[in-house]
Ligand binder design. Structure first.
Ligand code: PEP
Length: 261
């Protein structure tokens, strides 16, 4: 059975390097004990480079964004090769907060996906509907299918780079800061299976994982992760509380030790 992928998205926290290092070390202490989980820590850029250089190879690192060009006059941007050179393995692309606050479009997200793959990074593509109120399942599936079609356009043609992707199904309303509370695990499972079907039938990606994100915490993690098709979790708020995140990691590790449902 493959390892569950548990990703800590720290967003724009903690506020100082000292706090970030303390959180990192507590996360590392919990992650190190576990053999059936891959833990990925995604700090904000300044802490990411400092921590990834200092604690090389201790854990997997992820960035929260990347630009699609390799160099040039792009003030404020960071290239895929810079990330790769800083020991970063994963990069979150198309997070709903960037789609919302930075007006990232599917066209921009697609360019980032292609550039990340070419550089050998593993992109974590976030997809998911803004609302489910009054919408039939057909509408939700069409929404997700369209995001995947646009965001993954041309990825089968990437040669020589990373052939791995992670898709995080994150119903936006379920993200803790949007206040809706977690999705029903069986509803997310339905969409995750749908995404897997699309990845298999439409895109030739030899190695992909589909995970869930949205208000995952120590109490509910098992309800999502118990399904073999839910191959991991993207955790925002709870990843800033090392004790709670450690519990999520050990739950994932325990589940993976049990036979498939
Ligand atoms: C997220 O922002 O991707 C996320 C899943 O956040 P939270 O866990 O806080 O809902």
């Amino acid at each position: 059975m493959s390892k569950k992928l548990i990703i800590a998205n720290w967003k724009m926290s903690p506020s100082t390097y000292a706090k970030a290092e303390t959180l990192f070390l507590a996360t590392l202490a919990a992650a190190r004990k576990l053999s059936r989980v891959e833990t990925v820590v995604c700090p904000p850029f300044p802490w990411l480079t400092d921590i990834s250089h200092k604690y090389k190879k201790s854990i997997s690192f992820g960035a929260q964004d990347v630009f699609w060009e390799e160099g040039g006059a792009y003030t404020g941007e960071v290239s895929p090769t810079m990330l790769k050179g800083s020991g970063v393995k994963y990069v979150i692309i198309g997070h709903s907060e960037r789609r919302l606050y930075l007006q990232e479009t599917d066209e921009m997200i697609n360019k980032k996906m292609l550039a990340a793959l070419r550089a050998g990074l593993v992109p974590i593509l976030c997809v998911g509907e803004w609302t489910r109120k009054g919408r039939p399942w057909k509408w939700i599936k069409n929404f997700v299918r369209k995001q995947l079609a646009e965001d993954l356009r041309g990825i089968a043609k990437i040669a020589g780079g990373s052939q791995k992707i992670v898709v995080a199904y994150e119903p936006v309303w379920a993200i803790s800061t949007f206040g809706g509370g977690p999705d029903k695990p069986e509803d997310s499972l339905k969409i995750i299976k749908f995404i897997k079907g699309i990845l298999d039938s439409r895109f030739q990606i030899p190695d992909s994982k589909v995970i869930y994100g949205g208000s995952v915490n120590a109490k509910n993690a098992v309800d999502f992760l118990k399904y073999p098709d839910v191959e991991g979790a993207l955790v925002g708020g709870a990843s800033l509380r090392a004790g709670e995140f450690g519990k999520i990691l050990s739950e994932a590790n325990l589940i993976n030790a049990k036979p498939s449902l």
